[in-house]
Design a protein around this ligand. Structure first.
Ligand SMILES: Cc1cc2nc3c(=O)[nH]c(=O)nc-3n(C[C@H](O)[C@H](O)[C@H](O)COP(=O)(O)OP(=O)(O)OC[C@H]3O[C@@H](n4cnc5c(N)ncnc54)[C@H](O)[C@@H]3O)c2cc1C
Length: 633
């Protein structure tokens, strides 16, 4: 259930039986089935390599976030490979960052400072959750999933639980229009047209049902058209243009409509601060299904970090408080790393291969974009550059988004009627155009799967979750100043809620990711024109001439999602293992994701897109519109 009924009930439940629409098993930019690859090769007896190197080889992993842990776990199962993780911070997990607050005999309460809601289309993530027997529960309290109130231009608008749009004619119109835009660009995943395929979802559904080279090429062609059309366009520009087309929208959108849409956003919150992001990045969200049916882990994402740690404990060395400051190449393609350990001790270590699994900004601070020192004639004096030109450019260019969160525990879950004296439930979610933007009431005792919340124990309220400029606005405010600002908006929405929150607030915690050491940003979201950088960064792992491999959500096709980070950990593990002499299992990301599949650079301006592909659908074709264009928007 998303803010604007995306697109016409698209997707998607984890429960295949009740799912009538199309749910992608791969991500559009890779079309590689990580789950299948891992299921085949990541069982108790198997690993991503069918054979380890002949002699012992050493691989270092810089960063213990999702990508680093996945890489460590996969490498730890290969014979003759010794793995060491270097982590600059004092804990493992990176942006998998749960602060755990005990609550007597009840479940611990969790502040998820980083990732917190997980769409079941995160197939790699769910592979590991399943493996470690961790079961997320459905119905993360997103807007419209639970009782929600909107505060827009000082007007409170109701949004009943289970309704796809807020209770307001304008917002309903905007919501339906946006659904139409997405359907127009991507097609309908809930009802892909496999008889007369014309849009991405139609071709993708056909390919998934019957994977052949030809059906795959049709998907590639459809996404390529979208890349060509939108890779240099902002989200704002694209939506505004689409919103002037009366064959898509009810009436052309005004600036005020854009403001409404930006303030209240799509599914998971206000998307206005993302207006400058490349439209292709936003389309990925919907193509890959990340905005749908999000789930939460009652034990916190920390439980996944713990599970990885337990699994690798005997096999992998872990060095906390060890910041890598430089990587150099020396004789025989060996690498040396300079490390600043806690307390100021410095040392150098040597490795056969290195995986750098940090944000791109952390990579920049590690010196990965700097060439060796040149003399006055331009001749390299120091060691050669570790990376080639394109990934270096990508590291410098790729845009990281800001994000801030502010959590509070409360002595009770006062939003439930039984815990307040109003006789009714208070809002569980608030969205506003004011500073706090998004508020979420979280119940870590809830048996949400059965719809029977346990109303006892402490509450957790994420009183503000913001991105981009909204996060920058808050940077200079102290914790107390922020609280007071947020309370003003909350009071305007529901004075009782504000009063109880003030009375019951216990522990608080905030984070500004752009201002946090070793991260320097929340997540990658490309600006227009950065698709090619994304390509260079992502496919760097296939550069076997080098022994240093990049990983993490910053170099992925899904910045801001674990499902971005984790596959890059698999890629880098395959690359590093191959580099040191292991034989990688068949059909791996080394061989089965082609860097040439899409062209992300120099999109032809205003190209007219004739449909050249002929779909070989499993269903008999009755296509009478062979000359139709895709994406006539
Ligand atoms: C606010 C926020 C909300 C999010 N919400 C969601 C969500 O709801 N669902 C979802 O799926 N995803 C979400 N994400 C995204 C998800 O958290 C990330 O994609 C993922 O955790 C990133 O993992 P990573 O391995 O790329 O890097 P990181 O988690 O950044 O790990 C990198 C590690 O490298 C370490 N490091 C950095 N520099 C050095 C150095 N020089 N030497 C040694 N170590 C170093 C860092 O300390 C860090 O531990 C969210 C992220 C944020 C910030």
């Amino acid at each position: 259930m998303s803010f604007f009924s995306i697109p016409h009930g698209v997707y998607r439940t984890h429960d295949k039986d009740s799912d009538t629409g199309f749910t992608p098993e791969t991500m559009i930019d890779m079309l590689f089935n990580y789950k299948a690859f891992l299921n085949t090769n990541d069982n108790e007896s198997g690993s991503i390599a069918s054979k380890g190197p002949n002699t012992v080889k050493r691989i270092a992993i810089i960063g213990s976030g999702a990508a680093g842990l996945v890489a460590a776990y996969e490498l730890s199962k290969i014979d003759n490979i010794e793995v060491t993780i270097y982590e600059a911070g004092d804990r493992l997990g990176g942006r998998m960052d749960s602060i755990v607050i005990p609550d007597g005999s009840l479940n611990n309460k969790i502040f998820e400072m980083g990732c917190m809601r997980f769409p079941p289309t995160s197939h790699t993530l769910y592979h590991y959750l399943d493996k470690f027997n961790l079961k997320p529960v459905p119905n993360f309290p997103d807007p419209g999933v639970v009782e929600t109130k909107l505060l827009y231009e000082n007007q409170v608008i109701n949004w009943p639980a289970g309704e796809s749009t807020p209770d307001n004619a304008d917002f309903k119109r905007i919501g339906n229009d946006f659904s139409n835009m997405l359907t127009c660009v991507l097609g309908s995943a809930s009802q892909p047209n496999i008889v007369n395929p014309n849009k991405l979802f139609d071709f993708w559904a056909i390919y998934q049902a019957e994977p052949t080279a030809k059906t795959k090429q049709n998907v590639v062609n459809a996404w390529q058209l979208i890349i060509n059309q939108y890779s240099t366009t902002t989200y704002f520009e694209a939506v505004y243009k689409l919103a002037q087309n009366t064959s898509i929208v009810t009436t052309p959108w005004t600036q005020e409509d854009m403001n409404k849409f930006g303030a209240l956003g799509v599914g998971s919150g206000g998307f206005g601060p993302l207006y400058n992001v490349n439209f292709v990045e936003i389309l990925r969200l919907f193509a890959n299904g990340w905005e749908d049916n999000q789930e939460l882990l009652l034990t916190g994402i920390i439980s996944l970090v713990d599970a990885f740690c337990e699994a690798i404990a005997d096999k992998v060395s872990i060095r906390l408080n060890c910041k890598v400051t430089q990587i150099d190449e020396f004789d025989n393609n060996q690498y040396s790393m300079s490390i600043n350990a806690d307390g100021g001790a410095r040392c150098t270590e040597q490795y056969d291969s290195i995986i750098v699994a940090t944000t791109t900004r952390a990579m920049e601070y590690m010196g990965l974009t700097i060439d060796g020192i040149k003399n006055s004639k331009g001749v390299l004096q120091g060691p050669p550059a570790i990376l080639s030109k394109e990934p270096k450019e990508a590291i410098r260019n790729l845009h990281l988004m800001n994000s801030s969160k502010y959590f509070v525990t409360t002595t009770s879950k006062f939003w439930y009627a039984v815990n307040n004296n109003t006789g009714e439930n208070l809002p569980f979610n608030m969205q506003t155009d004011e500073l706090m933007r998004g508020l979420y009431c979280l119940n870590y005792d809830a048996d949400l799967a059965n719809g029977k919340p346990n109303t006892e124990g402490k509450g957790v309220v994420l009183i503000s979750y913001v991105w981009g400029d909204d996060s920058t606005k808050l940077l200079a405010l102290s914790e107390e100043e922020r609280f007071q600002q947020f309370i003003i908006a909350i009071k305007a929405i529901n004075p009782t809620f504000a009063l109880l929150l003030e009375q019951q607030a216990e522990k608080t915690q905030l984070i500004d990711w752009e201002n946090t050491s070793n991260f320097y940003g929340a997540f990658k979201l490309n600006y227009p024109g950065q698709e090619q950088d994304n390509h260079s960064a992502f496919f760097q792992y296939q550069a076997q001439k080098q022994g240093v491999f990049l990983a993490g959500d910053s170099v992925s096709w899904a910045g801001g999602w674990l499902e971005g980070a984790m596959p890059t950990g698999v890629n880098a593990a395959c690359a590093a293992a191959a580099r040191v002499g292991a034989t990688i299992a068949e059909n791996s990301p080394l061989t089965d994701i082609a860097a040439t599949m899409y062209k992300y650079d120099n999109p032809p301006a205003n190209e007219t897109y004739s449909r050249t592909q002929e779909a070989d659908s499993p269903v008999k074709q009755t296509n009478t519109h062979k000359k139709d264009k895709i994406l006539e928007v």
